[in-house]
Design a protein around this ligand. Structure first.
Ligand code: CA
Length: 224
């Protein structure tokens, strides 16, 4: 799951990014309104956490633009403005939720989870390919009934491959989806992560699921 945070207070943005990353999300940050709108239009996110008062372009204006373009990605507003009419305005513009600063991180996390769970195209709680099983609620992976000891990043990488099984993913797509675009991207990191993942997911088993497509990237599929 990939989240865009549009927030001009670096401290808040970094704090949210750290917390959400620890909970298995991939997070990009935009600290300016125009950048936020640009990323929301050009990248694929599951949810946007949107500050209202931003340099360049306000959160109100960003959601208006997105909704008028037909982009209906879920939005949670974050704002120090707690007047009822501000909250109502945010929701009327098409936001899914409105959180008044200061707020507890656990509350934001709970609201994000509720919104993501009610998405119509929401993935199932457990994804399976052959004998590989990924439980997205409990963050557990098993193959052939044996539980796999994955790091948070390995779990994210495997869930991306599984969600888009059969589709060849380039190193760029993988690094954007798992590490985020703000990550100082060294393409080698994808190869290293895949190698580590294979050690746990494929090496102990005769039937391989992760395949290298030379010159392109990686695909998870049943074909061996
Ligand atoms: Ca602000």
């Amino acid at each position: 799951m990939r989240i865009l945070i549009v927030e001009d207070e670096n401290k808040t943005a970094n704090y949210l990014k750290k917390g959400l990353t620890e909970h298995g999300f991939t997070v990009d940050i935009a600290s300016e309104g125009e950048d936020g709108l640009y990323l929301a239009r050009t990248e694929t996110y599951d949810l946007i956490v949107l500050d209202v008062m931003l340099p360049g372009r306000s959160g109100w204006s960003i959601i208006k633009e997105l909704r008028s373009d037909g982009i209906d990605i879920p939005v949670i507003f974050l704002s120090a403005r707690d007047a009822v009419h501000d909250r109502v305005h945010g929701l009327e513009l098409g936001a899914d939720d409105y959180l008044v600063k200061p707020f507890a991180f656990s509350e934001l996390l709970a609201r994000i989870r509720i919104i993501l769970r009610r998405q119509p195209l929401q993935q199932p709680d457990v994804m399976r390919v052959e004998d590989l099983e990924l439980d997205l609620i409990r963050y557990k992976a098993r193959r052939g009934g044996i539980s796999l000891d994955l790091t948070a990043k390995e779990f994210q990488l495997l869930s991306l491959l599984l969600r888009r099984r059969g589709e060849v993913l380039t190193r760029t797509t993988i690094s954007e989806q798992v590490w985020g675009i703000n990550f100082d991207s060294d393409t080698n990191i994808v190869d290293v992560a895949i190698r580590r993942l294979r050690k746990k997911v494929d090496d102990p088993f005769p039937h391989k699921l992760i395949h290298t497509i030379r010159g392109v990237g990686y695909v998870l599929d049943e074909l061996s």
